[in-house]
Design a protein around this ligand. Sequence first.
Ligand code: ASP
Length: 448
Amino acid sequence: MSELEGSGYRGKALQLLKQANCNVGDILKVTSKGKSYEGILIPRFGEGTAIIIKMKSGYNIGIRPEDDVKVEKIGKGTKPTFAAPPLPKQNPALPHVVIMSTGGTIASRVDYRTGAVRSALSASDLYGVVPELSDVAQVDTEIVFSLYSENITPKHWTELAQTVANRIGQGVDGIVIAHGTDTMAYTSAALSFALQNLPVPVILVGAQRSSDRPSSDAATNLIGAVKAAGEAPFAEVGLAMHETVSDNTIIVHRGTKVRKCHTSRRDTFKTINGSPIAKVKDLQVILITDNCQKRDPKRKLVLKPNFSDKVALVKFHPGLDPAVIDFYVDRGMKGILLEGSGLGHVSKYCFDAIKRASAKGVVVALASQCIWGRVDMNVYDTGRDLLSFGVVPLEDIFPETGLVKLMWVLGQTSDAKEAIALLQTNIVGELTSRTLPQEDKLHFEGSQ
Ligand code: ASP
């Protein structure tokens, strides 16, 4: 991955930095309006367009990439070095778990020179940094990608599913996938559809703070995930993170029923419209629901790793221009997921565009932007109208899992009728026929 990629620069700033062959951490001289500034190029966060350098004084300065701005590289940054500690000794009596790393904060360290978080840890570094793992499992490690999860695409899901299937074929007791938290729930849903009939658990894990920060949640999350992968009595795709802000419990959510719900809290992931599968407390795995596929090493995995990239998500909002729907249809999309309001509605101004999409064979499905609860398109005439145009209600599936399911379904079949039948079938616990009230889970507890 290029150093500038993911550093937050775009447009003119990115162009100037590329021309001067600069990377984050290099020493630059930036001249603007007759004045020159020297300092280390640091990544930028947020919306702005300025080039940010950290000057010798320790202050950061932002220089707008206007026409007269010149950028020169005057020194090469020294790469932050990290020597991984020696790997702990393996205990052959423990279950055999593979930790795959894909990147994200869990596999990152702070570069204290520039203040940026950067991807630096491989799966085996992680193992070295958290030696307690050797008391929980015999760990094998593998780097699959080194990406922040916002850069992961459906093609990566396919590759990851194939890699996991290979390792399961070798007879391991469980798989842990270290992943960035931003899109981890999309990947957990994708793997749930791609890896059916699992014999052993596949557990995704992330961290909200990189592993070298005192407040990091990386070690506890990783230990909980490895414990669950090696010993849990279930065999599904799960996502393991803090249950609350304290370090006591790691909760394992079902891969298709989990969502990132807070920008920064350690207990950011919540199960939506269902129950988590298990928790790990005091190094014990406790099953929370019996409604799960049980571990059975003899079961034969069914790998279905294809996803269609011809699927779009359209969020309904007051004033949505129906031309957005026409645009996607004209771009050759095979599926559109409408994120409707309330029980499952979009404005009547979009009706013609939706009818046109259906008439052209595009599968149009609908999930509610309320997230909690289920769609019921029979209550109001808006919902009934949408049903009559062929819109497929996704019951209690929330939009992100709905999108992944639509991508997966259209990766299995190009026949719209078959696709609709698959969409309405519960494949891996993503769709439940009755949603129980879970008011107690609707809020975050305690302070961050
Ligand atoms: N942007 C990062 C990612 O998703 C954040 C994280 O890892 O938590 O890769």
